[in-house]
Write a protein that binds this ligand. Structure first.
Ligand SMILES: [Cu+2]
Length: 394
């Protein structure tokens, strides 16, 4: 063998060794990543993993691509290409956000789900905003102190929105009474525009909060009083002009009236969900969609429910700028009570759609453990934030 042939042979061996090592390394990393995902998927308790829950699912899919049973060469190629993506690009592909919001609202989206009549506050603080007094006829007088004020809220990590709020939060505090109770709202306008409180339900015209004569100007106050009826799932919102702007800016909340005699199955867990969206650049279209405001919040912080328990969702659509919104649940079906005004469900389905102001009570039990997605069945809304996860545990 002459010298040039010897050099060529050594080079060939070196190249083979390098390629071999690289291949081993890539495959080893791939399966290592996969096992990490698998091992941690059950805990999902650290914020790191809550943030990546949806990304984790696509990582698990990637693991499948590299398993010995996978025969699709494009599958592996796709996985290899993702290895070089930045966290931002990966998040974009997975339709989630990177990072957490830093400007916390007075109530987190997680606490909002199970909060009504300020039941999340310590007694001393709650007393300043809510009071209930039993009446001789067996009903309850429920008094609320609600203030409209302008406040910047963070609707996605790093995305601030100049909202108009009731009590500094979007959606507004949930009001909950039993059929026949008296609801009394002491309203103060600390904002810079005229506002009102217009609630759905029976009430005298003078309590409607919708005509120019009803407007409460900055610095003004008004007391709304009405009986809680009919039972059902309702809402309240500002009705000052221009109406579209006053709703889009964030002045809306849930108003639940429980039936006096309830023959429905007893719920183990109740969740309030208000579907909304935000036009961040004033072009008349929403850039960010969500449920209870923050984009992808429940994808990064899944809602924990127990296998088999009855979960009752109070679902309201207030979305401005789009004529229709919807809710779809994966791997399950729910009983739907439209407007919540009847004690028998009128639908058994896995998808429901609402125009603005429409709402329904959804009763659902999860048969199996695991992660279940819920989202708008308009793909655009899903990709812009309206997507979350239920984590079903034992
Ligand atoms: Cu208003």
């Amino acid at each position: 063998m002459n010298t040039s042939k010897k050099i060529a042979a050594i080079l060939a061996v070196l190249i083979l060794v390098v390629v071999g090592l690289l291949t081993y390394n890539i495959l080893n990393n791939a399966s290592h990543d996969g096992h990490d995902m698998d091992g941690d998927a059950m805990t999902a308790s650290s914020s790191k993993h809550q943030m990546g829950s949806f990304a984790e699912m696509s990582e698990m899919a990637s693991m499948y691509c590299t398993s010995p049973t996978s025969t699709d060469p494009m599958c592996l190629e796709y996985f290899q290409s993702r290895k070089d993506l930045s966290p931002e690009m990966k998040a974009q592909e997975d339709n989630i956000m990177v990072g957490e919001t830093t400007k916390k609202q007075s109530i987190s989206p997680t606490d909002f789900l199970t909060t009504w009549n300020f039941n999340n506050l310590p007694e001393e603080e709650r007393d300043k905003l809510y009071k209930e007094t039993p009446q001789p006829d067996g009903t309850t007088l429920r008094e609320y102190w609600i203030t409209a004020r302008d406040e910047d809220i963070e609707i996605a990590p790093g995305v601030s929105y100049p909202a108009w709020t009731y009590n500094g939060q979007v959606p507004a505090p949930t009001i909950r009474a039993t059929e026949g109770d008296t609801v009394k709202i002491y309203f103060t306008n600390a904002g810079n525009k005229a506002h009102t409180i217009h609630s759905h339900g029976f009430h005298p015209a003078s309590m409607d909060g919708s005509m120019p004569g009803d407007f409460v100007y900055p610095g003004g106050t008004f007391t709304y009083e009405f009986k809680a009826e009919p039972f059902g799932l309702h809402l309240y919102h500002c009705h000052a002009s221009p109406l579209k702007q006053h709703i889009a800016k964030g002045l809306y909340g849930a108003y639940i009236v429980d039936p006096k005699v309830d023959t429905r199955p007893k719920a183990d867990k109740e969740l309030v969900m208000v579907m909304n969206g935000f036009d961040t650049d004033g072009d008349g279209e929403n850039e960010v969609y969500g449920v209870n405001t923050e984009a992808f919040y429940y994808a990064r912080n899944p809602i924990q429910v127990k296998q088999g328990e009855l979960v009752r969702i109070f679902l309201i659509n207030v979305l401005e700028n789009d004529p229709l919104n919807s809710f779809h649940l994966h791997g399950n079906f729910f009983d739907e009570y439209r407007t919540g005004t009847q004690l028998e469900p009128d639908n058994f389905t896995d998808i429901t759609s609402f125009i603005q102001g429409e709402r329904a009570i959804l009763d659902v039990r999860f048969k199996f453990k695991g992660m279940y997605m819920f989202h708008a069945h308009q793909s655009e809304f899903t990709e812009k934030g309206w997507m979350g996860m239920f984590e079903v545990i034992e």
